[in-house]
Design a protein around this ligand. Structure first.
Ligand code: GDP
Length: 332
């Protein structure tokens, strides 16, 4: 047996044991460790993840996106509380690389989810602070695994539709839910077509009282828009539902849809296949990042790069020849 990894603050064996027993403080410390930017913490984070790996993978991983103001936090608060009342343990994580706030992002902020914030069967963690999307997402993926190891069986990963963050989150979850505003109009509120392409379900929010008619109209427009897209899976056509996160309307139906999806995908094997593909592409993504870093840090590459780049820019050197030249300097 190798000696336990011990640092002044972290005894990994103890931390793993406490985390597996569902200690919230241990989970928080574990996440702080995976989020740490200190090089020496990486080794501890990886040791911790390896130790708890067998206890991961049992949760339903759900991504939630939508423009600011659509009602993400309100809906997560209500939906998550419904789930904890039904005996689930719900973790809320976030991916928000645009965040520049110190100490965390506005996404996944406890103050936005008043009920869940005081619910002992819920755990809310804001997005890791600003960094590259890949970096932020990698930390959220690792936090997700720690939450699963700590016994959380529903993981909600919140993101805003900025840049590539939606696609990135869709690649780390089992089910991707897009919340939409009930605003009518053929512009579909400027929602990028890309969101419709990756969503497993569209929920038009604020469908209560005066908003109900508008929400239903918007829902029928989304159904039309979805019809012209080729579904990603032959086993699933993304449904469009109307909900009210505020009034807790339609959220039971939403959960039923999620369960139908899960049962169907588990039965046809796509569930495991998707997860396996996600893991592999994550590994390759990380490896590519490491290779890039090593490449750019290589002294020969560093000294050759300005001239090679200038030659490519001015059209003196074909990009293919430049790539070959740099690769051979790197020894590949
Ligand atoms: P987020 O920015 O997407 O997290 O949106 P919030 O959850 O903060 O909600 C934005 C605003 O919309 C707040 O004033 C909420 O009270 C309101 N809101 C959220 N959900 C609903 C809903 O279902 N119905 C109505 N009428 N208002 C809602």
């Amino acid at each position: 047996m190798s000696a336990p990894l011990v640092s002044p603050r972290y005894n990994i064996d103890t931390l793993a044991e406490q985390l597996l027993n569902g200690h919230r403080a241990a989970l928080a410390r574990g996440i702080t460790l995976v989020e740490s930017k200190k090089g020496e913490h990486r080794e501890y984070a990886e040791a911790l993840l390896t130790k708890v790996m067998d206890a991961t993978g049992k949760a339903y991983r759900i991504g939630i996106t939508g423009v600011p103001g659509v009602g993400k936090s309100t809906t997560i608060d209500t939906f998550g509380s419904n789930l904890t009342a039904a005996g689930h343990k719900v973790a809320v994580l976030a991916v928000d690389p645009s965040s520049t706030r110190t100490g965390g992002s506005i996404l996944g902020d406890k103050t936005r989810m008043a009920q869940l914030a005081v619910d002992r069967n819920a755990y809310i963690r804001p997005s890791p602070t600003a960094g590259t999307l890949g970096g932020v997402a990698a930390k959220t993926r690792e936090s997700m695994l720690l939450c699963e190891a700590a016994g959380f069986d529903v993981i909600l990963v919140e993101t805003v539709g900025i840049g590539q963050s939606e696609t990135t989150v869709a690649q780390m979850v089992d089910f991707f839910l897009a919340l939409m505003l009930p605003g009518a109009g053929d512009e579909l509120q400027g929602i990028k077509k890309g969101v419709l392409e990756i969503a497993d379900l569209i929920a038009v929010n604020k469908a209560e009282g005066d908003g109900l008619t508008r929400a239903r109209l918007a829902a029928s427009q989304y159904r039309t828009a979805l019809h012209i897209l080729t579904p990603r899976s032959k086993h699933w056509s993304p449904p469009v539902v109307t909900i009210s996160g505020l009034a807790n309307v339609g959220l039971d139906d939403l959960w039923s849809q999620l369960n139908i999806f899960k049962e169907r995908m588990q039965a046809n094997g796509d569930w495991d296949k998707k997860r396996a593909e996600q893991q592999l592409s994550w590994m390759w993504g990380l490896l590519n990042e490491k290779l890039q870093t090593a490449l750019k840090a290589n002294p020969e590459i560093k000294s050759a790069l300005p001239d090679v780049e200038a030659a490519v820019k001015s059209g003196r050197l074909p990009a293919t020849a430049a790539a070959s030249k740099l690769a051979s300097l790197f020894g590949i």
